[in-house]
Design a protein around this ligand. Sequence first.
Ligand SMILES: Cc1cc2nc3c(=O)[nH]c(=O)nc-3n(C[C@H](O)[C@H](O)[C@H](O)COP(=O)(O)O)c2cc1C
Length: 336
Amino acid sequence: MKINIWNSGDTLGLCNIKFNGKAALAPLAGVADRALRELSIGYGAAFTVCEMASAKGISLGDSKSAGLMSITDGERPAGIQLFGGCPDAMYEAAKKALLFNPDFIDINMGCPVPKVISSGGGAALMKNPVLASEIVKNVVRAAEGVPVTVKIRSGWDDNSKNAVSFAKTCEETGASAITVHGRTRTQMFAPPVDFDIIRQVKKAVNIPVIGNGGVANGKEAAALLETTGCDMIMVGKGAVGSPWVFAEINAYLNSGVVLPEPPVSEKMRVMLKHIEKLCEYKGDYIGMREARKHAAWYIKGIKGAARYRAKLNLIENFDELVEIAYQIAALNTVDF
Ligand SMILES: Cc1cc2nc3c(=O)[nH]c(=O)nc-3n(C[C@H](O)[C@H](O)[C@H](O)COP(=O)(O)O)c2cc1C
């Protein structure tokens, strides 16, 4: 079934979902969980995508995979992302994903991690367009009208940048939108991001194209949109430790305003809110352990960061984090 996507002037949507703005939060396994997704929506992300869930795990009834598909209202619009190299397992996983009422289902065809590649999923599918189209068809058939999107890379390596033909195949087999991460699998996450291949994909397909790679502020978002003509953008690492990036991007895209960086005290306030959510959703033990890496991201580039990073690595409870956040805010307070 072909899904109705509309792109009226400045606003993009999928079926009856209207996106608020043009910058979405990228799926980030181990990072963009419910807490970060909610904060991102709060700052104006157009939509969020859950951490990738294994089709094989889901079809075997694994509860951790089911947990990755759970979506609450504060994260919407939100998609569930599935990965795997087996069309039957992907069909079954998509059927089960519907139980969680996703706004769309995304298929991961860009993950470079060896464990995912060796199962035939992620970026490995870019080397096998026939299998990839089988998977798209199966997921679309399973999805009962819920839009199915595909996230790809520019190609496997510099000698096989096949994003254009691959995106066309995805479109022909029923994908409703394509995200193009402008790096090859071999590049992993290293620069440069190939804007031109995103531009070529946009020219070649009729479905919306979401450009991805290296955007961390409004000017970079505008450059990606303008250079490639893509419909929307996705922000990954740029939102880690800085979910307010969506407010910055929206202000710039909507009115050319460059918002100042939030003051350190505000950054610390958001960090504490983030960790509170982590503890609420995952329990104090896991929440505080995961807090260590998130807190380190929030203080990146702040005066005193090096000194406090070591302390953050040892925190055990929320009160210790509040004390460190207070000390960092105090150290960075401007005297009048
Ligand atoms: C820690 C981490 C986890 C990621 N997890 C996923 C994932 O689950 N699914 C996916 O499609 N991409 C995943 N990606 C890739 C990002 O979605 C994005 O495509 C990539 O980081 C490039 O965007 P950026 O330059 O804005 O970070 C991950 C990237 C990172 C750094």
